[in-house]
Design a protein around this ligand. Structure first.
Ligand SMILES: Cc1cc2nc3c(=O)[nH]c(=O)nc-3n(C[C@H](O)[C@H](O)[C@H](O)COP(=O)(O)OP(=O)(O)OC[C@H]3O[C@@H](n4cnc5c(N)ncnc54)[C@H](O)[C@@H]3O)c2cc1C
Length: 358
């Protein structure tokens, strides 16, 4: 069998979306993942939130990223027969009178992104009121990744196991494109399509050489799974950056997430759990039981936007990473943009070119 045109290291949100975008363009891929029990994608709540942060800002490029995400996930649902993308309103609950006033001052600029809450949630504290975001959505990230992995596995395009970066080549200044699963592809041999073989790094955090030169600002996040009998809420509740999101299991919700910039491990901490439980008590007026607790590192890079592109010294290795806290929203659009570029049918926007942060 001829070698694939593209080897993709990492089958999280970035690598999986890029694999779909390339296959749809008729390209051959090989997707590799070492399958640790916890990854950033596998514990993410998958929220797509139009208005975010303390300053109540419209999410970066929401108007183009949100429709692109829905189109993309719907087409993967059609291909795999699985369901994982759900429009799901988010209720933003004000933390204070001044936040409410801030919202009123900006309200006209939000248009259809912010509406009145037509049915106030039961058993929820909202002394300062709030607003609804009807165009929000939730990706069942695990569902998307599992269905995709199975699809690629059945085609013989998926490998389970670690890809080994060529550290020696990296320290000697390249070339970097040794086949990460064994056979030497150094320099990029011809492929079936007559082009070169490219290795695309979609590893989240930490990056592999030679992309360890990319300026990362990673943040650890912890998240709880809680059982709250009687809450009966199908919308997401968000208060001051803390959210409670329904799951497909009745009475079970996910609550998160913390941010910390040290101890960048996937180890949940007692402090993280205490912080999340305290936030949950401020929002929900019902008893709850913690049934799960996870932690992972968000791959955030300088500038906080996703990055795509080829290595400046070796154009046979590429990068798709930096999905930060919004991978569910941004992965489809930038996977499409990178795939179009790799197929000679488009450009990389300077704003997201990895070469500008190396
Ligand atoms: C607590 C928490 C909550 C979050 N909530 C949301 C949310 O609500 N909405 C949202 O959009 N985003 C959310 N995020 C962020 C989101 O998870 C990330 O944007 C996204 O998962 C990043 O995806 P990725 O594919 O770049 O990285 P990862 O998910 O880390 O995937 C990288 C993959 O590469 C593989 N890999 C790495 N090195 C190798 C190697 N050498 N060989 C083989 N495989 C390798 C890993 O096994 C992994 O599967 C959250 C993150 C956290 C931590």
């Amino acid at each position: 069998m001829p070698p694939p045109e593209f080897t993709i290291i990492g089958a999280g949100l970035a690598g999986t979306s890029l694999a779909w975008a390339l296959v749809r363009r008729g390209r051959t891929v090989r997707l590799i993942d070492r399958e640790p029990p916890v990854t950033s994608s596998r514990i993410a709540a998958g929220l797509l939130t139009p208005i975010t942060g303390k300053k109540l800002s419209v999410s970066w490029r929401w108007g183009e990223l949100r429709p692109a995400a829905e189109r993309f996930y719907r087409s993967v649902e059609a291909e795999t027969g699985a369901t994982f993308f759900r429009p799901r309103p988010i209720l933003r609950l004000f933390t204070s009178e001044s936040e409410r006033r801030q919202f009123e001052g900006k309200r006209a600029t939000f248009g259809e992104l912010a509406t009145a809450i037509d049915q106030p949630p039961e058993h929820v504290a909202m002394p300062f009121g709030g607003f609804a975001m009807p165009t929000a959505a939730q990706l069942d990230v695990r569902g998307y990744l599992d269905a995709s992995r199975e699809w690629f596995r059945q085609r013989g395009d998926y490998i389970s196991g670690p890809a080994e970066p060529d550290r020696r080549a990296a320290t000697e200044g390249g070339p970097y494109n040794r086949d990460p699963v064994g056979a030497a592809l150094c320099g990029g041999p011809p492929t079936a399509a007559g082009g070169r073989h490219l290795t695309l790094h979609c590893t989240g955090y930490p990056p592999l050489p030679p992309f360890d030169a990319v300026r990362f600002r990673p943040a650890k996040g912890e998240i709880l799974a809680v059982r709250v009998p009687g809450l009966n809420e199908s919308r997401v509740l968000n208060r001051g950056g803390f959210w409670v999101a329904p799951t497909t299991t009745p009475d079970v919700y996910r609550a998160g997430a913390t941010y910390s910039w040290d101890e960048l491990t996937c180890e949940p901490t007692a402090a993280g759990r205490a912080e999340l439980e305290a936030s949950l008590r401020e929002v929900i007026r019902l008893p709850f039981e913690v049934i799960g607790h996870d932690a992972a590192v968000r791959p955030i890079v300088e500038g906080q936007h996703p990055r795509i592109g080829l290595h400046p010294q070796d154009s046979s290795v590429g990068f798709f990473n930096g999905l930060s806290s919004k991978g569910s929203l941004t992965a489809p659009f930038f996977a499409e943009q990178f795939a179009a570029f790799l197929c000679g049918a488009g450009e990389i926007e300077p704003e997201v070119d990895v070469q500008s942060i190396m």
